[in-house]
Write a new protein. Structure first.
Lengths: 213, 213, 213, 213
DNA sequence: GATGAATGAGAGTTCATTCAT
DNA sequence: AATGAATGAACTCTCATTCAT
């Protein structure tokens, strides 16, 4: 994993993992609240439960923390998605279930996703690329589900676009919450997005409303 | 307009407008490149063609510049949209034209839109609200076009959701360009998004592909 | 007068006097409130009723304003003292009257005196000397009154010390007002100070309490 | 003590005391020379023997330094006064000794006292009040000495006024030194002030000139 | 491995002063 | 004579980073 490229003067790998997890947890809390730039390394150290000196034993620059954080957020998303998605049993039903899981997840992780939208740009080119790759992996999973679950054929481009649309519709629920969440409950939002999607997909237009949550 | 709330020690209103325009232009260039936080007021002054002292004759804090900039970006969007949208002649054709104009515009203003996504959060609550209102106005216009152009009735919520979807699909072209623009040309992207949309709208499913640009 | 050494690019002497008077009036108001250093030249210009550009037509540096102001305060003191003191008719009665006038004056000019105490140090050596000379003139007047009014002889040093004591007892009423003015009314303060003084002066110890106010 | 309200990001209390002492020492030197406003925080840091960053580890604002300084000056005065005053053995002799000690002290601390006169006004209301309270404590001590040492009774107001007079006569030696110190040696000044005072106090008028220094 | 005091470059902001109009 | 926009040196304060203990 790329994250191993972040050097630490500590040797014990387990300790590194533990300290970095603390650090990420503290950082996420703070970034949600005030963003990366307005958060100081001292604050992160404090929120992580150790001293500023210790913080710098496990990273080299403040940007490392941002990277670790973004990385962790995507790992979290992937982990959750993977455990929820049943990629083995293709069916329209399944597509609906996947979308529901995905939207629920995005609801839970609203603020974390916001961090990605706002701060990824502050990463160095190389690390940014790495993080964005993870994002793309996520889209690929959606593509796979679509391909598997929709009987009649779609072009590659169609699949990709649909996947991307679903992807950001999940994010939108969070980053436009101030307006969307006034108009819709989460369930309404999900149901309506799914309905819309199904209308545009080829195939019979019945059998919705069954993939329970 | 709210922007009058930003105090300037200079009295000549025309001069204020001129200097602030220079300032916004300089700021946008820099914000595109390095974001708000990594840009210094001195750099903005320089890019605007005047001294740091002069800069502060026209604003009070660095955040004022961010506000002015966000505000200007939305004004620009609205202005362009208003002049392009023919809200008088409702027709499916027209809806297509509006979407095309909108997507083209979003292509042009990719980086400006990115600024909004990344920096609006840094605004104070009150100013943020003001800026987000402008965003919402934009969505309302899309809603109107949809209502006018689609013969068969849609519920309010459907209209709103469709408008929001179109809205961020426009943004997505910019903020996910590193992936989308590898797979699609702008025209392909637009055409496909429009096709998808039309499929989901009620009414005859023919007569696309004609609203030339 | 030394104040002519302050150069003005304006020629008309009357105009200079008028503008400088406005300036001093504005400056005193502001200095009372926030002191010399916390007051900006712009504020002084505004309080004086003209523009910053005009301000600088009548002085050369901000310190000039301080000098003019201190100078004016002393002129005001002297003027008032001279008109109130009857130096021609020496008598114990007269000494009492002079002291009363002086204390009343110091009560009126409390804040102006405070300015002197706080800001004279900010003057350049040469101008400071000039201002302090005026202060000394004031003490000399008190000395004269003492010499004239006290029948039995005092040494020069005694006279000087008594004059200096009276002088600062007047100031003290202002600069220690937060404590003195809680304990004494002005009239009590004056009466008590005079009583004390008379006790220490040689000569009959009667005939006080008559020099009405 | 109020000074604990000034926050430091350093935790070690002894270190805080040490660094602040350095800081106060540096600040006093500079304030004597050029006053608070003309002294920069960098200069203070330098004079204190550490960097600007370190300075700000021990205070939060420049005004904190002024407060600390004023506070320290008064502590110094009190400490010295307390150790010199023999409040246990009331006698006219003792009053004389106390006054002598006080005047000698004021001679030593001339410039420090000047700082108080000139800069206390720059403190925030609350801190100013605190500092002025210390001043008042000093006056109270003088009152006590007077009450204890003078056999025949004086009214409360008389005592208070005499104490205040002595108090500022001590200061006057410093802030009017340019004139007083030309006319008097310190010992002359003290002797004369004491003589004057005794003349005004009730009781036998002999037995001066003996309370050695 | 952990700590936290020390550092100083660099940030935002102010304001006395000038000068073209 | 009056104006006020322009200037930039200088100020206070912050914070990522280091390193001796």
């Amino acid at each position: 994993m790329e994250k191993d490229k972040i050097v630490s003067s500590v040797k014990d790998q387990e300790l590194i993992k533990m300290r970095r997890d603390q650090m990420i947890k503290g950082a996420i809390t703070l970034f949600k609240e005030k963003g990366f730039h307005r958060t100081t390394t001292r604050e992160i150290a404090k929120a992580s439960g150790f001293s500023i000196g210790t913080l710098y034993e496990y990273i080299r620059t403040k940007e490392d923390i941002l990277f670790l954080t973004c990385d962790a957020i995507y790992d979290q998303v992937r982990e959750r998605v993977e455990s929820a998605f049943d990629l083995e049993h293709p069916s329209r039903e399944n597509l609906i279930n996947v979308m529901k899981s995905y939207f629920y997840l995005m609801d839970e992780l609203q603020e974390e996703i916001l961090i990605l939208y706002q701060e990824v740009k502050s990463l160095k080119k190389e690390t940014r690329k790495y993080v964005l790759q993870k994002e793309q992996d996520m889209v690929r999973m959606l593509e796979k589900v679509i391909v598997n679950c929709v009987p009649e054929p779609l072009t590659k481009k169609e699949v990709s676009l649909i996947a991307n649309n679903i992807f950001i519709e999940g994010h939108m629920w969070g980053f436009r919450r101030w307006i969307l969440q006034k108009q819709f409950t989460l369930d309404e939002y999900i149901e309506l997005q799914i309905t819309m999607l199904l209308k545009m997909l080829p195939g019979e237009h019945e059998s919705l409303r069954k993939g329970g949550n």
